[in-house]
Design a protein around this ligand. Structure first.
Ligand SMILES: N[C@@H](CCC(=O)N[C@@H](CS)C(=O)NCC(=O)O)C(=O)O
Length: 220
């Protein structure tokens, strides 16, 4: 049985368990990280010396890095579900997946830790304002790229839709000024219809630290 280590409030864990569900794979998940701790345990550090979630174990393969895990799942189990079909779709799926991690995530992280997941005295509205402006531009870029296409890379759903979908869902919950991105809104409506997203991706982020921590505990 595939095993996953990670708390459900983590966006990177959400991507992995959502991908597993899309691939129709059964798995066992252990709530680790955040309030649950465990990432500094010797056994965990052996799996991921970075002390971060998620970690996935499939037989003799133990992997960290959520996007690497999604790509592994796509190759091994994702034909007809999350695996891109053809060179162009593969190239675009990787481009967008990397974009979420390297370009989008730093701005998302600023809003998360300076507005939602911080004590009131540690909030930094100025930094959040700058990040929100950057996010408007970034999501407008993605909005133009998806255009009228059903999914990010074309006609078929791929792991890139999971990578961007998890972030866009969270973005829409942030209490900040949002970009006008109707193509992404239309695409998110399709994502919301997917049972795997409903089960693993539709996770409330909360508007303040207390809500965040309460959600984390409730979700496991
Ligand atoms: N690049 C890594 C980032 C992993 C990461 O930053 N994980 C965060 C949660 S999203 C974490 O483990 N934080 C510490 C904790 O939960 O205790 C990935 O995509 O898997």
């Amino acid at each position: 049985m595939i095993e996953v280590w990670g708390r459900r409030s983590s966006i990177n864990v959400q991507k992995v368990v959502w991908a597993l569900e899309e691939c129709g794979q059964k798995f066992e998940r252990h709530a680790v990280g955040g309030q649950f701790g465990g990432t500094d345990d010797k056994a965990f550090l052996k799996m991921n010396p970075n002390a971060l979630v998620p970690v996935m174990k499939d037989g003799s393969i133990t992997l960290y890095e959520s996007n690497a895990i999604m790509r592994y799942l796509a190759r091994k189990y994702g034909k007809d579900s999350i695996r891109p079909r053809g060179q162009k779709a593969y190239a675009l799926a990787d481009q967008w997946t990397d974009w979420t991690a390297t370009t989008l995530n730093p701005q998302m992280f600023t809003v998360l830790v300076k507005q939602v997941r911080c004590k009131p005295e540690d909030a930094d509205p100025a930094a959040v304002k700058v990040a929100a402006k950057n996010l408007e531009n970034l999501f407008k870029t993605a909005n133009r790229a998806i255009g009228k296409k059903p999914w990010l890379t074309g006609r078929h759903f791929t792991y890139a839709d999971i990578a961007l979908g998890a972030f866009y869902w969270r973005y829409k919950q942030f209490d900040i000024k949002h970009a006008n991105t109707p193509n992404l809104d239309r695409w998110l409506e399709q994502i919301k219809e997917r049972p795997a997203f409903q089960k693993w991706g539709m996770v409330p982020v909360g508007t303040n630290n207390d809500e965040w921590l309460a959600n984390e505990k409730k979700l496991g």
